[in-house]
Design a protein around this ligand. Sequence first.
Ligand code: SF4
Length: 373
Amino acid sequence: MAAGVYLHIPFCKSRCSYCDFATDVWRDERSVDRYVTALIAEIGNSKSEILTSVDTIYFGGGTPSLLSSDQAASILNAVSSRFEVASGSEITMEMNPATVSPEKLRAFRELGVNRASFGVQTFDDRDLKLLARGHDANDARTTFRQLREAGFSNISFDLIAGLPGQTMQNWSRNLDEAITLSPEHISLYLLEIHESTPLAEQLRSGRRTAIDEELAAEMYELMLDRLAAAGYDQYEISNFSRPDLQSRHNSKYWTLDPVYGFGVSAHSFDGVQRYANERDTAKYVELVESGGSAEVTRESVDVASEFAFLGLRMESGIDLAEYEHRFASDLRNTYRAGVEEAINNGLLHIFDGKLMLTRKGKLFSNEVFAVFV
Ligand code: SF4
């Protein structure tokens, strides 16, 4: 089985009001160059993965589309010198509206980047302001057109639902516009409020009001119906694609294939253990520059348990025979009480030898996953 490579680029033009990712504001070229040099050194120092075959590479962030094409090229060269990159690999870059020129998009495409994960979030300018996204809906339309003109034929939209003050009408308009633009893939995120963010403060002070869970669930259901009617297949709880255009990289996380992560706060899974890098960019750079490892945590994974609850995220569910073959145990026996209760409550069902979430189960998925943890 081929592995994936994840590359974290932590820089953004400014910080969004809901963000708690490991990001830094893009200050000057020198510090970005220094980070890229450290990232390349970390890739070069990774010993155990040498000559591992990989078929997906993913630039995540942050805003990787702020990289110059030369920086992206050096990073890809470092990956190719450490891993056997299969021909036809999926190479994704997260891109935000108004962060790329047509020339840069063409250069990324020439480097082999063949999939854009595009941070649209919403087409509503009021909501974009609330999120402090630093772009408006027109920027998103323009960058999307430029992506197409540069030859990107595999584009994924990130959409975010459950924003304070968001109405069904407003959400429905977002879906209309996304469907009209017709990207190959759509990922849905439900807004999560993180304690130390400006948005959390706005909610605490009463300047904004969070929407209730019932409305968020209705938004999710509307999305299921509208995307199905528009010809998108749901292949994971929050991911929809045109036939055969699922994210191959993200699917590796749900099927427990190895993914090697590089860069600040990057996570890796080698098939047995999960490990993570330092979360502070300056410390990460210092660690790598001093010749040390950037790794700060490592833990063994209960593969059988993760195979179960991550597998349930997928529309294809868990193949019970495969589970038994792989872990020498019958999943229905191991988790008997929880599975039976979830089936009786209409959250899980078994079809064609596979255990799957029902439509209701997708709405209460955390409750179902708790059975397997
Ligand atoms: S663009 Fe993404 S990573 Fe950057 S600040 Fe906004 S939410 Fe965070």
